[in-house]
Design a protein around this ligand. Structure first.
Ligand code: NDP
Length: 234
């Protein structure tokens, strides 16, 4: 059955691979984007997740085209790394507002339609860093840990209506976000990963796609690591 799927930040990186995986399985896929070229075969809607009016407008456009969102993937995210004493309030707020509050905004809006439908899948993209912590990423780790509490609360609130909420926690993935890391840092991180390599965006997308499938109907409130063993299941 073709479902209405919405992926935030679906123009590049992990979000793009997730959108492409749902397109490949014949779903009606919409993405939000702010820049760049969206992938083929999706409805692309301009939306900054830090702007509540833009989120509302994006959902209205997606619902008019595809019907209520049945699968939501909250993927949009940023980093603003620096050591804690150098971290400004703005570095903190921008990351929390995009990664945590942005996910809250889209999950809340999607839940409205899902509650009426009495079915739905919400997947929040967190990070291994949310559970392990990471020097220089106090803001990012807090935002990604916050998603776990949010997902588990949503799972409890929405479960009786057949809506599942889960978290995917990737480790290091080959995208623009990690491309900026210095080579020696990358080598250092790789040495700590049992599988000794970074993930491809497609490997994260496969787990997200599974969480939205019939096979995962009884999985909710879970945190699924896709990290090459880095977090050892947390
Ligand atoms: P990229 O930097 O490649 O892409 C980030 C995406 O988020 C882009 O589509 C970007 O849109 C979008 N985005 C950022 N800010 C906003 C905003 N305010 N409103 C709407 N969209 C926004 O990152 P990745 O693909 O690597 O990361 C995707 C997710 O996976 C993030 O949540 C990230 O934290 C998480 N993650 C990534 C890991 C990695 O190693 N790469 C590891 C673990 C988790 P635009 O192009 O318009 O800027």
């Amino acid at each position: 059955m073709s479902r209405s799927v919405l992926v935030t930040g679906g123009n590049r990186g992990i979000g793009r691979a997730i959108a492409e995986a749902f397109v490949a399985s014949g779903d009606q896929v919409a993405i939000t984007y702010r820049s760049g070229e969206p992938p083929a075969g999706v409805l692309a809607v301009k939306c900054d997740v830090t702007d509540p009016a833009a989120v509302e407008a994006a959902f209205a456009e997606v619902e008019a085209a595809h019907g209520p969102v049945e699968v939501l993937v909250a993927n949009a995210g940023i980093t603003a790394d620096t050591l804690v004493l150098r971290m400004s309030d703005d570095d903190w707020s921008r990351v929390i507002d995009t990664n945590l509050t942005g996910s809250f905004r889209v999950a809340k809006r999607a839940a409205k339609g899902m509650l009426r439908l009495r079915r739905g899948r919400i997947v929040l993209i967190s990070s291994v860093v949310g559970l392990l912590g990471s020097a220089g990423q106090v803001n990012y780790a807090a935002s990604k840990a916050g998603l776990v509490g949010m997902a588990r609360s949503l799972a409890r609130e929405l479960g009786s209506r057949g809506i599942t909420t889960n978290v995917v926690a990737p480790g290091f993935v080959e995208t623009e976000m990690t491309a900026v890391l210095p080579e020696e840092k990358k080598a250092e991180y790789k040495a700590q990963i049992p599988l000794q390599r970074y993930a491809t965006p497609e490997e994260v997308a496969a787990t997200v796609h599974w969480l939205a499938s019939e096979g995962a109907a009884y999985v909710t409130g879970a945190v699924i690591p896709v990290d090459g063993g880095l977090g050892m299941g947390h």
